[in-house]
Write a protein that binds this ligand. Structure first.
Ligand code: WQD
Length: 339
């Protein structure tokens, strides 16, 4: 079986991608320092896949650890790199933590890969690199805009680092996947999103409010120039997002050139407002949500959703799961957590 290293493989998107890699016949190997994930995820993965997923506990910035892994594990076919700090608000408070970790981990991985002739690399990027696009749906050729946060800036800088490494004719084949807003959980409710502390993101805040952990949801502003005044995003089921990584790997394996790079939007191609998410959550799960409308959140853009034609055409990928299903799976996961 082809071995694929999944950095941050115990995280939200990483763990769901480990399952899809396993389903596609790959052997996923997790590197995770559990700074933003829990070891209980490993048991969930074992229950879902029926086998223990190999784990190297540690930090991707640790070059000695990476050397150890590449020495012990022969013929690693590639790396999917999720491990990064990702909380927008925290990045504003502590930018150096974000620049140090998110940039150093990428550079350490790209260097070790070249030392061990491992060439396939999928990078976890974000639609945040677009800022507020001038035109919607946003395509991959849209200009990157000044980042709204140090977190977003690390994603932009990482893409720049990759572009420069590719321009140096490094023998690497790389894809950056620009995620939109991942939501939901595995249908088994054995793995899902595990935000540490108070969630920044909308859907985990909604599920924790519905579970009585949070008193109420605050909708951050309803005076935007959208259908109902609340911000619009492209919410994609985390399983669909995970499957896109398998497709990206298969596409890399087809590339003849020793040096290759491309970028893909991974979203549903549709936008939904915050209000629509709240209403869909309530109707799909038959629950009432306690919410109020508050003031805008600093740094939020008004509206973004993806043009996904490129991923559909070249990666032979498109979303299969609905917004309703994602919100049902998210709620089922939250309820399973309380048991
Ligand atoms: C979505 C909408 C909020 C919480 C960020 C990153 C992105 C990705 C996902 C990391 C916005 C509104 C939210 C709340 C609200 N990265 N909201 N009340 O900001 O689109 O994207 O997280 O995982 O790269 O930029 O996601 O879920 O925080 O917000 O009204 O309590 O929900 O204003 O309009 P965002 P989000």
């Amino acid at each position: 079986m082809k071995k694929i290293i999944v950095t941050g493989g115990a995280g939200f998107i990483g763990s769901h991608t480990v399952v899809e890699l396993y389903n596609a016949g790959y052997e996923p190997i997790i590197i995770d320092n559990f700074s933003n994930s829990q070891k209980s995820v490993l048991a969930g993965l074992q229950n879902i896949t029926g086998s223990a997923v190999k784990l190297f506990e540690g930090d991707c910035c640790n070059r000695d650890l990476l050397k150890k892994i590449f020495t012990e594990e022969e013929n690693i076919d590639g790396i999917i790199h999720f491990a990064a700090h990702k909380a927008v608000s925290e990045s504003v408070q502590n930018p150096l933590k974000y620049y140090r970790n998110n940039l150093n981990s990428l550079m350490a991985l790209l260097e070790i890969m070249q030392n061990y002739n491992c060439s396939n690399f999928v990078f976890s990027s974000s639609c945040t690199v677009y800022g507020q696009p001038d035109k919607l749906p946003v395509t991959e050729v849209a200009p990157k805009k000044p980042a709204e946060s140090p977190y977003g800036n690390t994603k932009k800088i990482c893409e720049d680092i990759i572009e420069d490494v590719i321009k140096s004719n490094a023998e690497l084949k790389i894809i950056s996947l620009r995620y939109f807003n991942p939501i939901g959980a595995h249908a088994s409710s054995l793995i899902g999103e595990l935000p540490l502390g108070v969630p920044d993101n909308l859907v985990p805040y909604i599920t924790q409010t519905a579970a009585g952990i949070r008193e109420k949801l605050t909708i951050f502003g309803n005076d935007y120039d959208t259908s109902d005044g609340t911000c619009v995003r492209d919410y994609i089921h985390v399983i669909d997002l995970a499957k896109a990584h398998v497709k990206a790997f298969e596409y890399l394996n087809k590339q003849e050139d020793k040096t290759f790079y491309d970028v893909f939007n991974i979203g549903t191609g549709h936008g939904n407002s915050v209000k629509e998410i709240v209403e869909t959550f309530q109707s799909a799960n038959n629950v009432n949500l306690n919410y109020v409308v508050g003031k805008r959140r600093e740094g939020d853009i008004e509206k973004i959703f993806a043009d996904v034609d490129k991923a559909t055409t070249l990666l032979n990928w498109k979303t299969e799961l609905s917004l309703e299903q994602a919100l049902i799976d998210a709620w089922n996961w939250q309820k399973a957590l309380r048991k």
